[in-house]
Design a protein around this ligand. Structure first.
Ligand code: G6P
Ligand code: MG
Length: 220
């Protein structure tokens, strides 16, 4: 029985995944590294420093720890710059309504984002109140695909991981949710997110009938 839904933030609640991509792309261009949207899939859901390391792998370059952190911070400055110009309309359509419907069914709602900027984004868009529990990149040691953040969210909600359904747009996030023993909905393309229990295009496409299907499977 699904008792809690745990949402990722970037690319699930709001279109900030685009800003992460634009900021990494800008850094890649500066470093002369070829970086495509396809490459960017590997960066989704993982920590800032791990993303920097993947970018270095893609470019075949090595950097000192100091250099690595300096460049990752530079990327973050650009990302924050983009985010500060965001407007509430950039929250994906149907997300608020979906969360309201889930709450009407007595389902607990949490956020689990690897981003250290998650609270800033929630604050800027005035959507902190949608979530009973917020877990983010400042609260964990291992980022997705490690299950740590999902297990922490479940623990804070007081719900058994097997009764949690996760919404994720990143492969690393889906792996983390599965490793936590949770059910998972992928947001994006079936081809990319095939490991999820179900894949839908947009978060707002999720229906209460789909929730019932998850419950039916969980009851078997
Ligand atoms: C999320 C995003 C990643 C991002 C990571 C760290 O998981 O999907 O693209 O790199 O958070 O974000 P931060 O804001 O801490 O750099
Ligand atoms: Mg995401």
């Amino acid at each position: 029985m699904i008792k809690a839904v745990i949402f990722d933030l970037d690319g699930v609640i709001v279109d900030t995944a685009r800003y992460h991509f634009l900021a990494w792309k800008r850094l890649a261009d500066e470093l002369g590294i070829k970086f495509t949207e396809e490459d960017n899939e590997r960066l989704k859901g993982v920590s800032r420093i791990r993303s920097m390391e993947i970018l270095m792998e893609l470019g075949g370059i090595t950097l000192s720890q100091y250099e690595k952190e300096k460049l990752a911070n530079k990327k973050n400055t650009w990302f924050v710059d983009y985010v500060e110009r965001m407007i509430p309309e950039e929250i994906y359509s149907g997300v608020r309504v979906l969360i309201e419907k889930l709450k009407e069914r007595g389902i607990h709602i949490a956020l689990a984002s690897s981003s250290k900027n998650a609270r800033t984004v929630l604050h800027l868009l005035h959507i902190q109140n949608l979530f009973e529990v917020v877990t983010d990149g400042t609260m964990i040691t291992h980022s997705k695909p490690d299950p740590e953040i999902f297990l922490l969210a479940a623990e804070k909600l007081g719900i058994d991981p097997k009764d949690c359904l996760v919404f994720e747009d990143a492969e690393a996030g889906i792996e983390g949710a599965l490793a936590a023993g949770m059910l998972c909905v992928g947001i994006g393309s079936q081809e990319q997110l095939f490991k999820a229990h179900k894949v839908i295009r947009h978060t707002g496409d999720f229906t209460m009938e789909m929730l019932d299907e998850f419950n039916a499977v969980a009851l078997k």
